[in-house]
Design a protein around this ligand. Structure first.
Ligand code: DP6
Length: 340
């Protein structure tokens, strides 16, 4: 059988952007549904992107998933579980009455599994492309809820600009919304690659350890206030305050990692060298701050007018392999050129 017997099946290609959290999602209150322990706030990054093509095909007997030219069993299984969520949604809406499998090809323009949140853009892209490929017309909120179940941070990457994930207490009210457009601030994220090693700990495994840190309870007590304060600084375009809060949050997050049982030490000497440089530049008067996810690569935040100076300084560090400069992205884009 070919797809001509199922005219609602389309080949769809979408481009999404990963984000960098200024207030981190760390720990889950419901693992199966990926309900986060707390709300989070992020910026979607224009220079980094994931492109994904999905086509459902009646002749396939299993999902075929290729990411970055590789077919890796763990990734295929996680993507296939997500495709099943999309199939179930299509069945609920009367668009499908049998399981039809999909061919998925996905590519990132940045190093994968190095702590640059490839799962955030990856599952956002898969959610959008797969749902459209089955003829589903989901709202941004529905897409966010769907993407969240593939990877929590992906719920933010279906949105544009500066994004807040409302933590919620059930699947229907845990989703992300855009709180400000990309041009709110001339923010630049200098994504500093100090290594392309594959990271030792997946974020999913890391979330399970969060509660083992004695500081996790304190974090939870303070996080609501922190979110409100950072949001206020953002909406007031107060970059100095925003950066200060984001850097303190990154250090708190890594303190939780370091004090988890077992301890998780992800920072490389190069990461720490960049942290010191940021502090030196700040002392000398440049508004510049850092944040880090579950990896060794580090995000250096500044304003457009200081981008060149900060970049030059970063590139002088022997530990720095590459600096990718990013502005703030708009939302996902549909592409007419497909990957297969
Ligand atoms: C440190 O969204 O990758 O980047 O839901 O298990 O897929 P899963 O986790 P994931 O965790 C991201 C953690 C973080 C912080 C953040 O992006 O908010």
């Amino acid at each position: 059988m070919t797809n001509s017997t199922a005219p609602y099946l389309h080949k769809v290609t979408v481009r999404t952007h990963p984000d960098i959290a200024l207030i981190k999602y760390w720990g889950k209150k419901n693992k199966a549904l990926r309900l986060p322990a707390n709300g989070s706030l992020s910026v979607v990054l224009e220079a980094l992107h994931t492109t994904t093509t999905v086509e459902f095909d009646l002749s396939l007997t299993a999902d075929q998933v290729q990411i970055g030219g590789q077919v890796e069993a763990g990734e295929v299984s996680r993507a296939s579980q997500h495709l099943q969520r999309v199939r179930e949604l299509a069945k609920d809406k009367g668009l499908l009455n049998q399981d039809i499998f999909a061919r998925v090809v996905s590519q990132n323009n940045f190093p994968t599994s190095t702590g640059l949140s490839s799962s955030s853009s990856g599952f956002a892209a898969l959610s959008i492309a797969a749902s459209r490929a089955l003829g589903l017309e989901l709202t941004e909120r529905e897409l966010s809820i769907l993407a969240r179940q593939g990877s929590g941070s992906a719920c933010r990457c279906v949105c544009a600009g500066f994004v807040e994930w409302l933590d919620g207490n059930n699947s229907e009210n845990s989703y992300a919304v855009s709180i400000a457009p990309p041009d709110l601030l001339p923010l630049r994220d200098l994504v500093v690659i100090v290594s392309e090693d594959k990271k030792q700990l997946s974020s999913s495994a890391g979330h399970d350890l969060a509660e083992s840190s004695p500081f996790f309870v304190t974090r939870q007590e303070r996080i609501g206030h922190k979110l409100v304060t950072l949001k206020q600084a953002l909406l007031a375009r107060d970059f100095g305050r925003l950066g200060e809060l984001a850097e303190a949050e990154a250090l708190e997050f890594h303190s939780i990692l370091l004090t988890s049982q077992p301890s998780v030490l992800l920072l490389y000497p190069g990461t720490v060298a960049v942290m010191h440089l940021v502090h030196r530049l700040r002392k000398a008067g440049t508004p510049v701050f850092f944040t880090i996810n579950t990896g060794f690569n580090i995000h250096v935040l500044t304003l457009a007018e200081h981008e060149q100076h900060v970049r030059q300084q970063l590139e002088q560090l022997s530990e720095v392999q590459q600096v990718i400069v990013s502005g703030v992205a708009g939302g996902p884009e549909m592409l007419n050129e497909h990957l297969f």
